[in-house]
Design a protein around this ligand. Structure first.
Ligand code: PLP
Ligand code: TYF
Length: 396
């Protein structure tokens, strides 16, 4: 029966890990997959996480299932983190959180909810976007449409984006990156978020905001500006939140789908549907990562430690952005790459072509995604001069 099944290529981003590992060049540089790296190139477990885990080892009393919505304490801890502790939406009991296996699991919940409860609606994705967005919504058999986001000069195409949003049919779903746009690194400023809100209101669109990098752009609060603006001014929206990056819990699969409804009662109705969607996907979510997050956020001391570690990570990324531009100065390339310092989050659309990316890999063992996306966190003070020299060698 299996003889007709074709082999397909694996995920291009994840494939870079393998290629990098097999490269024997001691000067190799990994700017591929989106995981944070410290100055030594490692992705360490955060100290707050380690401490919470040690406490959990002592205090955990059962491995029995948690419910389809996960641990209610997780929702209680994460909702104010995302929406703000004084959110009127929380005060009105209009928001619900369903714990999920990472932000990816939350996206799949959203997709299945849209298919079953909002049939016929399309989802509009930025062009470009995280390739998994396409896979997830295709997998859930939801029609996909695109809106422009980056122009041919490698700049944010906000006019193009807004013009496209103004044409979207009423009731369709528009997926917005809350901050740290993957893959481009171009984010909306606050005035632009207000304009997006106006169009979403005018057209009666349902925003689905992907919040995978809270704390990696300009900090936990500033990064939440767009999410909170929409939440406070709209009756309905969906948010996917992930603790993979900001708690460094990648493999523990920790996230949630947040639903905001017009009334507390409608929220409960939607919430009841979410439990079914979750159950039909994976029954109940994994517990460990969420238990860590709860332990941290319920402890003032651990919250402080976690916030200071997160700030350090965020500052490091933004410093590296400026350092790359500085390293390119001796080659007269600082103006050409000035956008790298303006972008936010781990990713940068460098503007390097597929051909240039290939040369960086083949000739210099520098690995980045074919689109020219670099993971800025992969830079170190040691490899930056080497990377800058290599970039200067491949650009015309
Ligand atoms: N959304 C975006 C834009 C991402 O880049 C990622 C992953 O890295 C995710 C969602 C989901 O991440 P995870 O499933 O690891 O929480
Ligand atoms: O874009 C990235 O690098 C991260 C990690 O299938 C990732 O979002 C990449 C591909 C994938 C899952 C996660």
């Amino acid at each position: 029966m299996f003889e007709k099944i074709e082999r397909v290529p694996g995920d291009a981003i994840l494939g870079l890990i393998e290629a990098y590992n097999q490269d024997a060049n001691p000067q190799k540089v990994d700017l591929g997959v989106g995981v944070y790296r410290d100055p030594n190139g490692n992705t360490p477990i955060m100290r707050a996480v380690k401490q919470a885990e040690a406490r959990l080892l002592e205090s955990e009393t059962t491995k029995s299932y948690i419910g389809s919505h996960g641990d209610p304490r997780y929702g209680k801890a994460v909702l104010p983190l995302v929406l703000g502790p004084d959110s009127p939406v929380l005060a009105a009991n209009r928001a619900s959180a369903t714990q999920s296996p990472g932000g990816t699991g939350a996206l799949r919940l959203a997709a299945d909810f849209i298919r079953t409860q909002l049939p016929g609606k399309s989802v509009w994705l930025s062009n470009p976007t995280w390739p998994n967005h396409i896979g997830i919504f295709e997998g859930a058999e939801i029609p996909i449409q695109r809106y422009p986001y980056v122009d041919e000069n490698n700049r944010l195409d906000f006019d193009g984006m807004l013009a496209a949003l103004k044409q979207i049919p009423q009731g369709d779903v528009v997926l917005l990156h809350a901050c740290c746009h993957n893959p481009s690194g171009f984010d909306l400023n606050q005035a632009q978020w207000r304009q997006v809100l106006d169009v979403v209101q005018e057209r009666g669109l349902l925003p689905l905001v992907d919040f995978a990098y809270q704390g990696f752009g300009d900090g936990l609060e500033i990064d939440a500006f767009g999410v909170r603006l929409l939440a406070e001014n709209l009756e309905e929206m969906l948010i996917t939140s992930s603790c993979s990056k900001n708690f460094g819990l990648y493999r523990e699969r920790t996230g949630c789908l947040i639903v905001i409804a017009k009334t507390a009662e409608q929220m409960e109705n939607v919430r009841s549907q979410m439990a079914i969607v979750a159950r039909e996907n994976y029954s109940t979510p994994p517990s460990h990562g969420a238990a860590i997050v709860v332990d941290i956020l319920e402890s003032e001391e651990l919250t402080q430690l976690w916030k200071s570690e997160l700030t350090e990570m965020c500052d490091r990324i933004n410093t590296l952005r400026r350092d790359l531009v500085d390293s390119l100065k001796p080659y007269g390339l600082d103006q050409r790459f000035a956008h790298v310092a303006e972008q936010r989050g781990m990713f940068s659309y460098t503007g390097l072509s597929t051909e240039q990316v290939k040369r960086l890999r083949d000739e210099f063992s520098i690995y980045m995604v074919g689109s020219g996306r670099a993971n800025v966190a992969g830079f170190t003070s040691e490899n930056l001069p080497y990377v800058a020299k290599a970039i200067a060698a491949v650009v015309d």
